[in-house]
Design a protein around this ligand. Structure first.
Ligand code: 5AD
Ligand code: SF4
Length: 452
């Protein structure tokens, strides 16, 4: 079937989409770039907050209108939403033909074949049921991205063993399973051979790598092994403060191509709220990790995730989050208003806060973050950073890339002939980006067709 895949949500979904695409091609299906050319549209969905679910509802609504206007198109729901009752209900409501949970993506081809058989017998909407989580997915080898891809994601583990009370992920992605070392190394080597310069190791909690299997190295060991494959850059996400041990910090400090960039979600600065969230650390432990990181990795850029307006969060609790900001000095943050997710313990146990309380606190936090992002970025003014230039920006005047420390960096487009690594002198910092000039290309790179 001519298939178009739409990917929403996190990097894990982007990586899963690569697996889905390779399975489809191997199964004899054509991938099409435009949804209007497709016989099957697959939505790889996210369910972590209400907003991404609303996005799916709006896409499904659009497809239902097209069908009512006479278009013959099959619809598949994949990703986290497909694993939940919420997804099943939406599938019923919008006539979804295919439901495949994130643990079953290697089953997509037989599921489509079953769907096609249903079509031949004119049993349209004969939905293939949701599939169970399949553990063999961890052994599955995803082919490398196309030549010319400079940054690639590599999933090292799936699932999550934590039970943060606000979070739906343990239900959609199941318990933690580490991928075999050989599979990771195989994929990483294939990526490097394709010219990938930056590999992003992915997992819900990368620091837990190997804890489910004594024959595997620890995450710090894995970092060193992947670094030896020769990528100029190794990055990873997401870390959990609970398992963020000194040996991981030492691996970052002692391995030059493991980047000085750490994404370490804190979620709240109040111990009372952390307890209600069932986060397994307290404010002081988090700050201890930050201090150790800043001492051992002086250039480290630290980003975080924060939820404001968690049920029962008082003004005093929120003040604790603001003061944690001033101590941790996050360079960047993904800030969210709490979104009650059906099926989570917090949804069952606690009453939601008024929307205005959440948005007012979010506004204050965003202001505080801007201040610390600007301070953090200014540390790099006048310095040389290494930037992986990937594209021409929307304004056409700048080329855009990321530094080793994961800042967004913009340079004049006229200074760039090829995508790839460049040495850049930083001239100016804003809260969101660094602006500078190219002082030299540091890798062979890939031709940049849009550069003048
Ligand atoms: N409401 C708001 N934010 C959430 N996150 C996870 N669940 C929720 C929720 N119910 C945020 C957390 C997590 C990030 C991926 O999404 O901050 O780290
Ligand atoms: Fe969700 Fe907590 Fe697991 Fe992260 S660690 S995926 S927030 S349950």
């Amino acid at each position: 079937m001519r298939t178009h895949v739409i990917t929403l949500g996190c990097q894990m979904n982007e990586y899963d989409t690569l697996t889905i695409r390779s399975e489809l091609v191997a199964g004899g299906h054509d991938l099409v770039d435009h949804p209007s050319d497709a016989e099957l549209i697959l939505l790889n969905t996210c369910a972590v907050r209400g907003k991404p679910v609303e996005k799916v509802v709006s896409l499904l609504g659009g497809l239902r209108r097209e069908r009512r206007a006479g278009r013959d198109v099959a619809i598949g729901l994949m990703g986290c939403l497909a694993q939940l009752d919420e997804g099943r209900d939406l599938a019923d409501k919008f006539g979804v033909d295919l439901l495949v949970g994130p643990g079953a993506i290697t089953e997509i081809v037989p599921a489509i074949e079953a769907l096609e058989r249903g079509r031949e017998s004119r049993r349209r909407r004969a939905r293939v049921d949701r599939l169970a989580f399949r553990a063999d997915l961890v052994d599955h080898l995803t082919p490398p991205p196309p030549r010319g891809t400079l940054t690639a994601y590599l999933t090292i583990m799936r699932g999550c063993d934590h039970h943060c009370t606000y979070c739906i992920v343990p239900q959609t992605r199941g318990p933690e399973v580490s991928r075999p070392l050989a599979a990771i190394v195989h994929e990483a080597e294939a990526m490097r051979a394709q010219g990938v310069e930056e590999v992003f190791l992915l997992g819900q909690n990368v620091n837990s790598y190997g804890r489910d299997d004594a024959s595997l190295p620890s995450f710090a060991g894995l970092l060193r092994t992947v670094a030896e494959i020769g990528f100029p850059r190794v990055k990873f996400t997401t870390s959990h403060p609970m398992n963020f041990t000194s040996d991981v910090i030492d691996a970052i400090a002692g391995t030059p191509n493991v980047c000085d960039y750490v994404h370490l979600p804190v979620q709240s600065g109040s111990d009372r709220v952390l307890r209600r969230m069932a986060r397994e650390y307290r404010r002081e432990r988090y700050l201890e990790i930050v201090r150790e990181l800043r001492v051992k990795v002086p250039d480290v850029v630290l980003s975080t995730d924060i939820i404001v307006g968690f049920p029962g969060e008082t003004e005093e609790d929120f003040a604790q989050t603001l003061s944690l900001y001033d101590e941790a000095r996050f360079d960047a943050a993904y800030m969210f208003a709490y979104s009650a997710r059906p099926g989570t313990p917090a949804h069952a146990r606690f009453a939601d806060q008024p929307r205005e309380v959440k948005s007012e606190r979010l506004g204050r936090l965003v202001e505080r973050q801007k201040h610390w992002s600007l301070e953090g970025n200014r540390r790099f003014e006048g310095r040389e950073v290494r930037v992986l230039v990937k594209e021409i920006g929307r304004d056409g005047a700048h080329a855009v890339g990321h530094s080793d420390q994961h800042h967004t960096v913009l340079v004049p487009a006229a200074q760039v002939r090829r995508m790839g690594l460049h040495a850049v002198r930083v001239e100016h910092a804003t809260p969101h980006a660094l602006y500078g000039s190219v002082v030299g290309a540091t890798s062979v790179g890939v031709a940049l067709p849009l550069a003048s």
